[in-house]
Ligand binder design. Structure first.
Ligand code: AHM
Ligand code: MG
Length: 331
């Protein structure tokens, strides 16, 4: 295996990035990796087993949950509870946060928030989906049960964030605030291997990603930008290409690698957009900033928002810095 660096090796190596690191963070990351591998296994056989299809439950946002969402949520919760490094979790699929009640977990220094399976409406059509996670230090005293204030932290306070994309290959991409690194799962050995060291988002690109069917509902600023991207101007590589999968992880992963902008802005019927600050926008914002890109709501940098509730939604413009700045110039 000469020349191959596995994610576990990389995490241990990078433990030194943390002053006074005692290995807890590395163990927490490994718990997340294990859950991701189990979810990957199930996603890969989604078309084969009965697990495919919607449950009767609706999540707190009133959307029908797919069965795989529930499975992924349970995997994450049990991996993190059994690992004992996190004192609690909050996830897109649960109405409230979960404070782990066992003695070991109460000693945990961290909390984890996650969207266990983002883009899950794409499962039954075999389109890429993803898991998004974000790690914070707890605010409450070690030894106590986690409280709401542990979870309502701004994106700037993230210790780490990452995503897993279940695509033509499965990749895990994460940052601890020292750049962004990507690992591809080698199914033959069951390990994520470093394949994309020090990922950088080009400062400009020629891809825009938005659900343009909702154009009439968008602000004048966004509509003006949508006119701009279609104008013919070779010097600025316009018209841009429109690429929208409807799976945030997949759209952002492509734009991160190739350069581009992803937008889920405010609209008349959804004044705060659709995507959730804690589970989707903050972690993706952290990764994008660490890759040299930018994440903005239209009025404030995403990671500067002080969250008021767990399931808060926020408009988002994210991707190549010059492209985000351009759309902001219309606001
Ligand atoms: P989900 O968390 O319920 O899966 O919803 C989030 C997804 C994103 O992955 C994607 O970018 C967006 O919803 C697509 O929404 P729309 O169909 O309104 O364009
Ligand atoms: Mg989601």
């Amino acid at each position: 295996m000469q020349g191959v660096k596995t994610l576990s090796e990389f995490i241990i190596e990078r433990q030194e990035d943390f002053p006074f690191a005692s290995g807890e963070f590395s163990r927490l990351m490994n718990d997340i990796v294990i859950a991701s591998k189990i979810i990957n296994r199930e996603v890969n056989k989604a078309g084969l087993v009965e697990i495919l299809g919607a449950t009767e439950n609706e999540n707190v946002q009133g959307e029908t949950q797919q069965k795989l969402d529930v499975f992924a949520d349970e995997q994450f919760i049990s991996a993190l509870q059994n690992g004992g490094e996190a004192c609690g979790i909050a996830s897109e699929e649960n109405d409230d946060f979960v404070a782990f009640d066992n003695e070991r977990s109460k000693q945990g220094k961290y909390i984890v928030v996650f969207d266990p399976l983002d883009g899950s409406s794409n499962i039954d059509v075999n389109v890429s989906i993803g898991t998004i996670f974000s790690i914070y230090r707890r605010k409450t005293e070690i030894g106590q049960k986690a409280e709401l204030k542990d979870f309502l932290q701004s994106g700037r306070e993230q210790v780490a964030a990452g995503y897993v994309i279940y695509g033509s290959s499965t990749m895990l991409v994460y940052t601890t605030g020292n750049g962004v690194n990507g690992f591809t799962l080698d199914p033959s050995i069951g390990e994520f291997c470093l394949s994309h060291p020090n990922m950088k988002c080009p400062s400009n690109g020629k891809i825009y990603s938005i659900n343009e069917g909702k154009r009439a509902e968008f602000s004048n600023a966004v509509q003006s930008y949508l006119d701009y991207v279609k104008e013919d101007d070779k010097s600025t590589k316009r018209p841009y290409a429109c690429r929208y999968i409807g799976s945030m992880v997949a759209d952002l992963h492509r734009n991160l690698l190739k350069g581009g902008i992803f937008m889920y802005p405010e609209s008349k019927s959804a004044p705060n957009g659709k995507l959730r600050l804690l589970y989707e926008c903050n972690p993706m914002g952290f990764i994008m900033e660490q890759a040299g890109g930018k994440a903005h709501s239209g009025s404030i940098n995403i990671m500067d928002i002080e969250p008021e509730s767990l399931h808060q939604r926020v408009p988002i413009l994210i991707g190549s810095t010059e492209m985000v700045d351009k759309v902001l110039s219309y606001y």
